[in-house]
Design a protein around this ligand. Structure first.
Ligand code: AMP
Ligand code: MG
Length: 406
């Protein structure tokens, strides 16, 4: 697409990127290794949690109608022991998590009883169910525990363990190949020659992709040579579901990536009405070995464009491959602008720090929003979205994409 053609919307590019993406295969893994993975199948509860009525307090278990009488303490129930039935007119010493004995229906906390000789005296009316955690209150056997598409984090892992579950069926992690293009790009650890710069994009993307649930299976620096570009793209397509390149997608540039992707597979070039990151290349690369094809995403080389492109395009793509709605869609929030901004024909994604105060959320824009200034991303909690031909004054409400992990 030549320069001068109308700009296309972020939404149109996303739709093209996500068109007919199918979720990856499922695999069975140990729950101990399942953090950051996505359930491929819903899990149904087989156990009530808690599995029995138990005490929410350290205190005394009794029948509520016996409140007001002096009750002998006839048993002691600690968590993990099995109680005996409690006859009327008696009470049981019970500790938090201890099983409510048959015959009792409430617990009075220890601070609220009077001990008269060996007997316990409770004053006032105690309702049935007082301080009792009912069987099945958290999870009822037969009820849905976690849905397919659930991103597994701390509480979900705890919920699985609460059912005694040790293995789960999750999506295979998307395999990503990362190719950093440019003769000027040098890996840290190598000496830096004249005109060269270190590769910031590789570790940044590798970290983001890993946190978005992917596995980086190949990474390579691609010199500005047609043969090397073709060779490395082919190699990447063989081992990856997604091939990501950085650099060399600007319109009009003498570039080997666009040519090679077009030769090997299919290429769509986009000029997106966004800043940073106007140029974006999307495409497909056939796989000779296994068959099928790898998705190709060519991000611009500027580190900020790479960073923003990863959040806006790679994360939804991984979300689709993992069939995980929470990953696919960035959370949004509305904040008050602590800055002023004006845009032209391109939508701006400003790197902002969020300040959560008593009067709401304030968005502070990093002072230098240039796409070569990676420092703007370090403290960024969100991207404030300023619409095409938009204008924001200090104090205005701004829509923000929250750079939060699922
Ligand atoms: P390009 O999109 O190839 O024109 O690159 C745009 C700018 O980003 C140029 O100044 C490149 O030197 C720079 N750049 C490209 N790739 C990287 C990288 N991996 N790390 C840091 N800067 C890069
Ligand atoms: Mg380049």
């Amino acid at each position: 697409m030549a320069d001068g053609n109308p700009l296309q919307s972020v939404e149109a590019a996303l739709a093209a990127l996500l068109a007919d993406v199918a979720p990856l295969d499922a695999e069975r893994i140990e729950c101990d290794r399942a953090a950051g993975r996505v359930l491929a199948e819903a899990v149904t509860a087989t156990l009530d949690v808690p599995p029995f009525d138990n005490s929410a307090m350290d205190g005394y278990a009794l029948h509520h109608a016996d409140a007001g009488q002096a009750l002998p303490v006839t048993q002691r129930i600690t968590a993990g022991t099995s109680p005996s039935p409690l006859p009327r007119g008696e009470c049981a010493r019970i500790f938090t998590g201890g099983e409510i004995p048959p015959g009792a229906d409430c617990v009075v906390m220890q601070e609220a009883v009077t001990l008269i000789e060996e007997n316990v005296q409770v004053t006032g009316d105690i309702p049935a169910g007082n301080n009792v955690r009912r069987r099945g209150r958290d999870v009822a056997a037969g009820a849905p525990l976690l849905p397919a598409g659930q991103w597994l984090e701390a509480a979900a892992l705890g919920h699985l363990a609460g059912q005694g579950i040790t293995t789960v069926t999750v999506r295979r992690r998307p395999r990503v190949a990362l190719l950093s293009t440019g003769d000027e790009i040098v890996a840290p650890g190598e000496p830096l020659g004249p005109g060269q710069i270190y590769n910031s994009n590789r570790p940044m993307l590798e970290r983001l992709l890993t946190r978005f649930g992917a596995e980086v299976v190949m990474q390579a620096a691609v010199p500005d040579s047609a043969n090397e570009t073709r060779r490395l793209l082919r190699q990447a397509a063989e081992c990856a579901d997604v091939v990501v390149t950085t650099g060399g997608v600007s319109v009009g540039e003498a570039d080997h990536v666009k040519a090679a992707v077009g030769e090997l597979g299919q290429l769509d070039l986009w000029r997106i009405a966004m800043r940073p990151g106007k140029p974006l290349a999307l495409g497909r690369l056939p796989r000779r070995g296994e068959g099928g094809e790898a998705r190709f995403v060519g991000l611009p080389g500027n580190p900020v464009s790479t960073f923003v492109g990863a959040w806006l395009f790679l994360r939804p793509l991984l979300g689709a491959l993992l069939d995980c709605p929470k990953l696919a869609k960035l959370p949004t929030l509305t904040a008050r602008a602590a800055f002023a901004a004006e845009t032209g024909p391109r939508r701006h994604f400003l790197r902002v720090r969020l300040e959560f105060g008593p009067e709401g959320i304030l968005a502070h824009a990093f002072r230098d929003q240039n796409s070569a200034v990676l420092a703007s991303c370090i403290e960024a909690d969100a991207l404030a979205v300023i619409a095409e031909h938009g204008r924001v004054k200090e104090g205005d409400a701004v829509h923000c994409l929250w750079l939060q992990l699922p």
